[in-house]
Write a protein that binds this ligand. Structure first.
Ligand SMILES: [Zn+2]
Length: 143
């Protein structure tokens, strides 16, 4: 099994510290986690009741105030950008193996052309640090 190299600017999805601070990260397709956060997560899981209370807060935002919820949105957006960068790393690895754009596109449920266009463009972070793209269509109308 091959390790896919992690981007140099990778960071922990939980504490948002860069890999240069956290040390090694473990990555899934959706997130990365550092040793410290993984250890904290294990403690939380160990402390949780064996029988999960499904009537309690089930999402991270249930217990947040409106301001706290809004203040977390940039973190979530940044995590999305990290996922995109991670996907690009995997696609790069597939290309380095000589896999075709057609096979990559098929794996992602898109056409060869769509895959090529999506992954040969500059990374979003090079276009905008916040990845806020000006919309070519008009903004949705208020109801
Ligand atoms: Zn962390």
């Amino acid at each position: 099994m091959h390790n896919v190299p992690m981007p140099a600017d990778a960071f922990c999805s939980y504490c948002l510290r860069p890999r240069t601070d956290t040390g090694p990260l473990v990555a899934s397709p959706l997130a990365t986690i550092c040793r410290q956060c993984a250890a904290g997560a294990v403690k939380l899981i160990d402390a949780a009741p064996r029988q999960a209370d499904l009537s309690g807060p089930s999402t991270p935002w249930d217990s947040l105030t409106d301001d706290d919820l809004l203040s977390r949105l940039p973190d979530v957006a940044e995590a999305g950008e990290q996922v995109e960068r991670h996907l690009r790393t995997w696609v790069d690895a597939a290309r380095q193996r000589g896999l075709s754009w057609a096979s990559i596109g098929e794996a992602l449920g898109m056409t060869r052309q769509s895959a090529w266009e999506r992954f040969t463009r500059p990374e979003p972070q090079e276009q905008s640090t916040l990845n806020v793209k000006p919309s070519k269509t008009s903004a949705p109308r208020q109801r």
